[in-house]
Design a protein around this ligand. Structure first.
Ligand SMILES: C=CC1=C(C)c2cc3[nH]c(cc4nc(cc5[nH]c(cc1n2)c(C)c5CCC(=O)O)C(CCC(=O)O)=C4C)c(C)c3C=C
Ligand SMILES: [Fe+2]
Ligand SMILES: [Fe+2]
Length: 351
């Protein structure tokens, strides 16, 4: 059969699926770094750069997000699949960008009462990037600014990396902004009380006559042990926060304990015990079957809480017949927001 004789129906069928060089169904919307655009910038205006970890808005963004977290090292397909599965289980995207924006808007409502501030959001591992925020601050004519990470404890692997990104961005854009850096706020009374309120909220989920038997497990994101051995203050600051929170909540030494969570996938040892190992130990060695779990290093609900605690640790607890209650993260808790605002305002006085 010649080409001209080919029936129309046959030519209409392409035996090969189209080669997808780019994913044309995915058009990313770039969120703005500016929280109050249009607000005039004068010589007296202080910029505030709020920074957070960042999270993917869709599962298509996952390979790029992981590549950034892993500093460009390739991610094995099984790891990509597993982590995508974790996000799928919590709704297919990270809630962190939305919570961060809500926290920043609430903090700015407080800061507007006390000074001339203009706020920006910059993420470490995804857009809107810290670099985008610094560029926008320069474009807006900001000359002095406070930078704060939405994480109360300092580590070379967290807060310092965010700060280095600001410095690199200033170099990249040949710009000058005088930055005052908030390094930590892990003992701020408002943060401690807000976390202690979460402990009380968790305990209140149990009938009054059972509350004496409830054990409170405080936790935070793990880090490689090596980093702490090299002198990183992260673990000490966490313990300082944890002791203050437990005391503020009126817990006796036996009523609470400490562990880590969400350790990474590298062969070196990470700080432990991990929550999913600690729960069986508490159950077997101390007969504990009622637990309140609070991640004190995180200030908003995201995958490391919604999956690692609410799904993974919860499964371990249920298999042991334990009841695990996890109150919401601080998110836009007014006490916490007021604390962030006052930490920023105090830091601004150094400029
Ligand atoms: C104090 C340090 C860290 C905080 C806080 C933190 C928060 C955080 N992490 C994720 C998601 C992932 N983190 C991953 C790896 C990873 N995270 C940290 C440190 C903190 N993360 C380290 C040191 C590493 C290892 C990086 C490396 O080079 O391999 C990953 C990748 C997969 C894995 O290893 O588990 C994910 C995903 C979120 C959402 C989050 C919340 C604020
Ligand atoms: Fe991480
Ligand atoms: Fe993590």
């Amino acid at each position: 059969m010649t080409k001209a004789e080919t029936p129309a129906t046959e030519t209409a069928v392409n035996p090969y699926p189209p080669v997808r060089i780019v994913n044309d169904s995915y058009a990313p919307s770039i969120p703005s770094t500016r929280i109050n655009p249009g607000k005039a910038v004068t010589d007296g205006t202080i910029g505030v750069l709020f920074m957070a970890y960042g999270g993917p808005e869709t599962l298509e963004e996952m390979p790029g997000y992981l590549a950034d977290i892993r500093s460009g090292r390739p991610t094995y397909a099984e790891v990509l699949e597993e982590i995508s599965g974790n996000y799928e289980a919590i709704g297919g995207k990270s809630p962190l960008p939305e919570f961060t924006r809500a926290q920043v808007e609430a903090t700015m409502a407080k800061l507007d009462e006390v000074g001339d501030y203009r706020a920006y959001i910059g993420m470490r591992h995804w857009s809107p990037w810290i670099e985008d925020a610094v560029r926008d601050m320069l474009d807006d004519g900001i000359r002095r600014a406070v930078a704060i990470v939405l994480a109360p404890q300092y580590s070379k692997l967290s807060v310092e990396k965010y700060q280095k990104k600001i410095k690199a961005a200033l170099e990249m854009f040949h710009g000058q902004i005088e930055f005052a850096f908030v390094n930590q706020y892990h003992t701020e009374p408002g943060y401690i009380t807000a976390m202690a309120d979460r402990v009380r909220m968790g305990l209140a989920e149990f009938p009054e006559d059972q509350r004496g038997d409830v054990h409170v497990v405080l936790s935070a994101h793990s880090l490689p042990v090596r980093v702490i051995r090299e002198g990183d203050p992260y673990a000490d600051q966490l313990m300082e926060s944890a002791r203050l929170i437990a005391a503020q909540a009126g817990l006796s030494e036996e009523q609470w304990s400490w562990c880590y969570q969400s350790e990474g996938r590298s062969p070196e040892p990470w700080l432990g015990p991990q929550l999913e190992d600690w729960l069986p130990q508490l159950h077997a060695e101390r007969g504990i079957d009622k637990v309140v779990s609070i991640a004190i290093g995180f200030v908003s609900d995201h995958v490391e809480i919604l999956f690692d605690i609410d799904i993974e640790a919860q499964k371990v607890a249920q298999e042991l017949g334990m009841r695990l209650v996890r109150p919401p993260a601080l998110n836009t808790d007014p006490l916490f927001i007021g604390t962030v605002a006052s930490v920023v305002h105090n830091k601004a006085q150094e400029l």
